[in-house]
Design a protein. Structure first.
Length: 144
């Protein structure tokens, strides 16, 4: 009887630790997908960037919404040109996972020169990701 309490306490700690590691692992997986999208844009790899988008993604930027098809036809080229000219520094990012949905939010600073103009601003991007059978995909992006 006197050994039951330490054994039960030990099992509770193991279960709690496992749950924490699992949650951190999910957050890191989501963070990796979101960062991979940005890295693909920066290196000019539109195929890799588009592969991370859910087929029904909605992208909100500058007061308009675009589908994946609309984004892939023109806007992605402008994002690639901007990202190749401007350095984006992550100031902080956050991931919240709830079941098969996740939110990724990132505060960043953009600095550089694009279209003969100096660029220096801070902003926040937000993504909603959904877990699919083949991994996490970006379902929504909100840029300034």
């Amino acid at each position: 009887m006197r050994y039951q309490l330490p054994i039960i306490s030990g099992l509770i700690l193991i279960i709690a630790s496992t749950a924490l590691v699992h949650a951190q692992s999910l957050e890191e997986t989501v963070r990796s997908v979101a960062r991979s999208f940005g890295e693909a844009i920066t290196r000019g790899d539109s195929v890799a960037a588009l592969a991370l988008l859910h087929p029904e993604v909605l992208i909100f930027e500058e007061g308009r919404a675009e589908t994946k098809e609309q984004y892939s036809r023109a806007h992605i080229r402008a994002d690639i040109a901007f990202a190749s000219a401007v350095r984006m520094e992550t100031l902080r990012d956050t991931v919240i996972v709830h079941g098969d949905l996740a939110v990724y939010a990132r505060d960043y600073r953009a600095r550089g020169r694009h279209r003969d103009r100096e660029v220096d601003f801070t902003a926040t991007e937000m993504m909603v990701l959904v877990r699919m059978p083949d991994g996490w995909r970006i379902l929504h992006i909100r840029w300034p």
